[in-house]
Design a protein around this ligand. Structure first.
Ligand code: TYM
Length: 339
């Protein structure tokens, strides 16, 4: 069992990242450890270059993200925690995979279409080739399990297509070069939506801070954001079907379900018939109970840049070691001469 996943250091990590992905990193870190496997979680700082960025912010948010991941329960003694920039094998493998990935495949990526909008010509080449680097990130380590939110599913399918084609073109049946990775997407909370618009994803890049719960928010801020979250005037339905055309209500019920470890149907059994005046305070209390301790640990860790840098350096050294055999095999398979 090889668990591999990444998270970008742009903006502040939020509830969507936590419920969609980070919570599963922690669970799979323990599962992998128990099974004698390994878990590699990295900060995707190279992916952050695909959009305009401020170099000083990038360094600060990279360290803050390490503190967040540890605060959420990643244990640097159990999992390998690092940033891509310290492991050049990722970009080396990306170049090797550029020969296999097809323009048409990248053109179909919904994230590319959404982010580029009508201005494709003005985007960075990095935004277009982003999914090839993401494929390299997981294929480099022979990942078997990749915990992600729903929005990354298509990128993982692309990684599988690239691996399959590379294996067909350059491997042999007995010795495939790459393992086909399996996305691990949570049943509840695979796609947490904005608190201001139930049809838009909760996102680090949303200009409105009220649209998301940041993992670094204090209890009052979290409660305020839930209180102000957009809703409709109807009481909650008693069954899930009643949420179909109510995206904001469905999102808040989904968040409650994911945080309490229940299904949406269970939550509606308890709160069906009640208005948001009763449900929102219950949700805010639950959020604070679950995220408060994470925030406290984050605050205690975030300013110790020496300790955070040391975690990354130690993780990067291990990651370079783990990735080398696969990178060497890919070079060999392609007929590239290296002595
Ligand atoms: P990123 O940084 O946007 O998000 C990190 C993780 O959080 C999940 N996520 C969500 N889940 C539920 N609801 C939401 N609103 C929400 N927003 C984000 C994402 O699905 C992701 O799992 N390209 C990736 C980073 C990456 C990566 C990789 C991931 C680079 N290389 C290799 C997996 C494997 C990204 O930008 O995630």
């Amino acid at each position: 069992m090889r668990v591999v996943s990444g998270i970008q250091p742009t903006g502040k990590p939020h509830l969507g990242n936590y419920l969609g992905a980070i919570r599963n990193y922690v669970k799979l870190q323990d599962d992998a450890h128990a099974a004698g496997g390994e878990c590699l979680i990295f900060i995707a700082d190279l992916h952050a270059l695909s959009m305009p960025h401020d170099p000083a912010d990038l360094r600060a948010s990279t360290l803050e993200l390490v503190a967040t991941l540890v605060a959420c329960g990643l244990n640097p003694d159990k999992a390998i925690l690092f940033n891509q920039a310290q492991v050049p094998l990722h970009t080396e493998l990306q170049w090797l995979l550029n020969g296999t990935a097809r323009m048409g495949w990248l053109n179909r990526m919904t994230q590319w279409k959404d982010k580029a909008g009508k201005n494709r010509e003005g985007q960075s080449v990095a935004l277009f080739t982003y999914p090839v680097l993401q494929a390299a990130d997981v294929l480099l380590y022979q990942a078997t399990h990749v915990p992600v939110g729903e929005d990354q599913k298509q990128h993982l399918e692309l990684a599988r297509d690239i691996a399959q084609k590379f294996n067909n073109d350059f491997g042999t049946e007995d010795t495939p070069i790459f393992t086909l990775p399996q996305p691990i997407i949570p049943a509840e909370a695979a796609r947490i939506m904005s608190l201001r618009d139930g049809t838009a994803k909760m996102s680090k890049s949303d200009p409105s801070d009220m649209s998301r719960i940041n993992l670094s928010d204090d209890a009052d801020t979290m409660a305020q954001k839930i209180k102000k979250a957009k809703t409709d005037p109807e009481p909650l339905p008693s069954e899930e079907a009643g949420l179909a055309d109510r995206p904001e209500a469905r999102n808040l019920v989904g968040i409650y379900a994911a945080l309490s470890g229940q299904s949406a149907a269970d939550v509606l059994r308890e709160y069906g018939g009640q208005g948001f005046g009763g449900f929102k305070p219950a949700l805010a209390d639950l959020l604070v109970a679950r995220l408060g301790p994470i925030r406290d640990r984050f605050v205690a860790l975030k300013d110790d840049s020496e300790a955070l840098d040391a975690i990354l350096a130690r993780g990067a050294a291990k990651a370079r070691e783990r990735g080398k055999p696969t990178l060497d095999a890919a070079y060999r398979a392609l007929g590239l001469v290296r002595h």
